[in-house]
Design a protein around this ligand. Structure first.
Ligand SMILES: Nc1nc2c(ncn2[C@@H]2O[C@H](COP(=O)(O)OP(=O)(O)OP(=O)(O)O)[C@@H](O)[C@H]2O)c(=O)[nH]1
Ligand SMILES: [Mg+2]
Length: 344
């Protein structure tokens, strides 16, 4: 979800790499990380399984120097492509401003490409977003494979809409930045169309010397007001993916954790998550953490690990990401167990 900080003249937008399992989303994000000046990017955060498959999401904050008068901050995410992680995909997709769809040119990936595009459309529709007109570009990835599926077949599988498309090889990086740049262009165009980004400030014309001095103070004030960009909409701290899952009583602590994360206060984020997880676990009854986690079907080791990180004054981004991950899992398990849901 984009936010605009008018005082700091800064826009924040969320971009998600989507696509079937093993299509090259994480590899694309790694190439972007490597090709951006360190001063313009944060740390790349990845939560892979032992087999290097994305478990929750990868995350990379990036600053694009200037768009009109504004600095643009992008939060780049990848979703886990494996079919059974759809709940996580929905979570990561929440509030996205644009999507880079990474299709796999591996022969045999035709159906999974098609299904993943349909899944994207479905998950966006649940957020009330139609894919038509939504900022979207497609990477036809793994073009280096000698037996790559033909472009026509790839197009027929995933690009019925004719959105901008790029042949890429994420392992070498070819085409990845071009796709990213085009998506950024589409996101900015969309933010402008939705009036999230004010139009560039009009240049003031110098008063003409021969103009009669008939305009009073009121007219001058009105003119000043008209010359200013439209007042920005009130900007609430955005509800991030984890807070969206929270039962009503834990929305505020979850939001606090997300705000700390965005502000780079990783220690605060870990402590807020740990507190919210303990409160969530208490819904399961009893007081013993392990038993509560077991009852909810949570991994007790994760819960204990979170407590340990909170107690040790953790400061790293991956501690905070892990904390948000455990908190999201807690909310999902609470909802599965029929304990308080976000509507309650
Ligand atoms: N030949 C070739 N291999 C690629 C390319 N891009 C990625 N790969 C390989 O494909 C495998 C999967 O890549 P990932 O980037 O982890 O795929 P992913 O889409 O993030 O997968 P999930 O996280 O499971 O959804 C890795 O072994 C990559 O090295 C490419 O352009 N060409
Ligand atoms: Mg991945």
């Amino acid at each position: 979800m984009s936010t605009v900080n008018v005082m700091a003249r800064e826009i924040a937008a969320k971009v998600v790499f989507y696509g079937p399992g093993l299509s090259g989303k994480t590899t694309s994000l790694k190439r972007i990380y490597e090709s951006i000046k360190p001063s313009l990017r944060g740390e790349l955060m990845s939560l892979p399984t032992e087999a290097d498959r994305t478990l929750f999401f990868d995350f990379l904050p990036v600053r694009v120097e200037k768009v009109a008068d504004y600095a643009l901050r992008l939060a780049l995410y990848t979703v886990p492509g494996q079919v059974f992680y759809n709940a996580t995909r929905k979570l990561v997709l929440q509030g996205a401003d644009g999507v880079i769809f990474v299709a796999d040119s591996n022969p045999g990936a035709d159906d999974s490409n098609r299904e993943s595009m349909a899944n994207l459309e479905e998950n966006l529709a649940e957020q009330g977003i139609r894919l038509d007109g939504f900022p979207l570009v497609i990477q036809y990835n793994k073009r280096d494979l000698p037996n790559a599926t033909t472009l026509d077949a790839m197009r027929a599988a995933v690009n019925g809409r004719g959105v901008p498309e790029f042949e890429t090889c994420a392992t070498s990086g070819e085409g990845v930045l071009d796709a990213m740049k085009e998506l950024v262009r589409l996101v900015i165009r969309d933010l402008r169309a939705r009036k999230v980004v004010p139009s560039p400030r009009p240049k003031r014309e110098l008063p003409k010397l021969d103009q009669p001095e008939e305009r009073g103070l009121e007219a001058k004030i009105r003119e000043q007001l008209n010359e200013r960009p439209a007042p920005p909409k009130a900007v609430l701290p955005p509800m991030g993916p984890v807070a969206t899952l929270a039962p009503a009583v834990l929305v505020d602590p979850a939001r606090a954790a997300e705000v700390c994360f965005s502000a780079g206060d990783y220690d605060g984020c870990v402590r807020a998550c740990s507190e919210a997880v303990s409160r969530g676990l208490s819904f399961a009854g009893g007081t013993e953490r392990g038993a509560q986690a077991f009852l909810l079907g949570l991994d007790g080791r994760d819960v204990l690990d979170l407590e340990r990180r909170a107690a040790s004054g953790a400061t790293r981004i991956d501690d905070a990401a892990f904390a948000l991950y455990v908190l999201a899992q807690t909310f999902v398990r609470l909802a599965d167990a029929g304990l308080p849901t976000p509507q309650q």
